[in-house]
Design a protein around this ligand. Structure first.
Ligand SMILES: [Fe+2]
Length: 212
């Protein structure tokens, strides 16, 4: 199957583009993730859960060229499970990551908001760029705003993720999310390999060439 964007819902560059893929592909992806989720409890307020090798292989067979063309990392296919009330602080992904694609698998209402912030708006905040403990005995590169209180800085753009949609996400700008909802939100996240030279614009060109 040839996964390509088939409909743009909202073009909000440079922050994000909401889009849809064909419903059959989305359903298959959803089924793979649901199966894994049904085997586990997610007790923490936020879980980044890495899919099993088998699931990733199945997923790649559906998304076909996506992984190759967009340089996605095969060992970094994670579900982000945000429980009611969870707040994820403003950050940019990894050390220099440019974009990601998110598949919104569970979002039962419009109360989980994602925000983007400019660098200028964060001047005066505690912006950390370095390495932190990853929780597994190692370090991970991070760029994050520490000791931040939600609402202090006005976002440049806000978005509500809609179940069944995908997002070409600019992860190279500060972004945060607040699941101010009684329902959990689950997103499948694909991210490029470390040091990938594929840019946000490359991803736009490939995913939407026939549409934009
Ligand atoms: Fe992020």
């Amino acid at each position: 199957m040839y996964m390509k964007a088939i409909e743009i819902i909202e073009d909000a560059r440079p922050y994000y583009i909401r889009f849809k893929i064909n419903p059959e592909s989305f359903s298959l992806i959803n089924a793979i993730c649901n199966h894994e989720m049904s085997l586990r409890e997610f007790a923490r307020s936020f879980t980044s859960y890495e899919l099993s090798h088998t699931s990733i292989m199945e997923l790649i067979s559906i998304t076909n060229r996506l992984f190759k063309v967009l340089d996605f990392r095969r060992r970094r296919v994670n579900l982000f499970i945000s429980q009611p009330g969870y707040y994820g602080i403003p950050h940019k992904d990894s050390a220099d990551m440019k974009f990601g694609i998110n598949f919104v698998l569970e979002a039962k209402d419009n109360k989980c908001v994602t925000n983007w912030y400019t660098d200028e708006s964060m001047i005066g905040q505690q912006c950390f760029d370095g390495h932190v403990y990853n929780g597994y005995g190692g370090l991970r590169a991070t760029r994050e705003v520490q000791n931040y209180t939600y609402g202090t800085v006005k976002p440049s753009k806000s978005m509500v993720a809609v179940e069944g949609e995908c997002i070409l996400f600019n992860v190279n700008m500060y972004h945060d999310w607040f699941n101010d909802s009684p329902n959990r939100r689950t997103v499948l996240t694909l991210r490029p390999v470390d040091g990938s030279h594929v840019t946000y614009q490359d991803a736009v060109d490939w995913l939407f060439k026939d549409l934009l």
